[in-house]
Design a protein around this ligand. Sequence first.
Ligand code: SAM
Ligand code: SF4
Length: 474
Amino acid sequence: MSWVADSRKLSASAVDFIDEAYLEALLNRRADPAEVREVLAKSLSKEPLSVEETAVLLAADEPEMVEEIFEAARRLKRDVYGNRIVLFAPLYVGNECTNDCQYCAFRRSNREQIRRTLDADELRQQVEALLRVGHKRLILVFGEHARYDPPFIADCVRRVYSVRVQRAAIRRVNLNAAPLDHEGYAAVKAAGIGTYQIFQETYHHPTYARVHPARTRKSDYLWRLDGVARAIEAGCDDVGIGALFGLYDWRFEVLGLVSHALHLQRHYRVGPHTISFPRLRPASGVRLEDTYRVSDDDFKRLIAILRLAVPYTGLILTAREPGPLRREVMAFGVSQIDAGSRIELGGYTEAGDTQCIQREQFELGDIRSLDEVMRELAADGYIPSFCTACYRLGRTGEHFMEFAIPGFIQNFCTPNALTTLMEYLVDYASRETYEACQRRIEAELERMPESPRKRELIARLRRIQETDARDMHF
Ligand code: SAM
Ligand code: SF4
């Protein structure tokens, strides 16, 4: 099957804004410590960085300079966003795929992969299993296939929202699926999705062409690059972008992500809601090349630099990464992680304690339970949160508000994080996790100045402990 994008269906802002020669030239510059400090000061004064300024940070590889960048990212995260970490789980719905992406186990030429699409019953069982351990936010993941058209995806989203385990329900369903046309996005938006995520994989055209064979849908670079702009035009106000790190020079991909965020900001006055930065993982039938492998040290740099460059955007760190590394890089500005994740089709009820690579898209680095991850977060001084308040109250652009509205975090984000955490403790937590998180709640309350909001928060926390009252948000 050949695929030619219909140019009439591109967005009004559609243009290939990635100028490779220009970005490569920026990356060939040398780092000047004075310039690096100037850029860090700009970032700490809460201003987004330009592509050129981001390149200044990328050029800084002397250990002292790198440490200054890390420290600035930690400060920005701590002073601006506070210490909440939002938790979610991925739910793979189907791994049929007509593309042939060289890095992915779902690619059509991979005969080792066991193909499967969850039926309505199986989908319900997966959601029930996730609800039973306390999840409230999911991302549904699909291959790109005619079966997974917008009505099918919308139907899955509605089914997920309709599942109940006692009183618990999923409160936010995000999507990671193929780019759609305007009508397609409108259909899935009508089903009540949160964020629509599309990763460009690589912004480097020759690499993009190499890993996405011609005559597959995904080989159309501009159709994909323009995907989230069409989503915004069709009414999806929260979109997520990402790059798959390890396909090409990580520094180039960071400039690609920043260019993409600035393009959206310029044309739609809203940047991406989230940026994801998955690193390539082993996958069934995939031979990983080492040329552009991103080391742990460079991975830390890229997270810190993204934090500083796009301050209004949430950063998602996935369970592709091993637990100890996740723990270490959290402080650089990560705002969301998945936990208790299984990515085999049907994995939440069928997988047990080991991974089956023939049934999943790639191998995960961290398959600890949600409970265990929550305990570690609390012990490390973070507030694990399941908050969905902004989205459900129609307060879109929440990261911007957190950042730009004085007192927003103290008045909304922290109280909502603490009530959703208390719900988790009362309804799902193990004794150890209950104790660790309870200590965190007490420490947070201690730090809060007396106010009517604090008194109301304490009353709500008590109500959650003593009654069936749930899902109260500020
Ligand atoms: N099929 C849709 C698409 O390609 O946009 C949905 C995305 S796919 C199921 C989710 C993401 O996983 C991809 O966008 C890619 O970035 C990432 N991915 C694919 N293979 C991977 C691998 N071997 N290691 C890590 N991440 C991988
Ligand atoms: Fe299909 Fe997405 Fe995997 Fe590519 S990355 S083979 S489009 S599932």
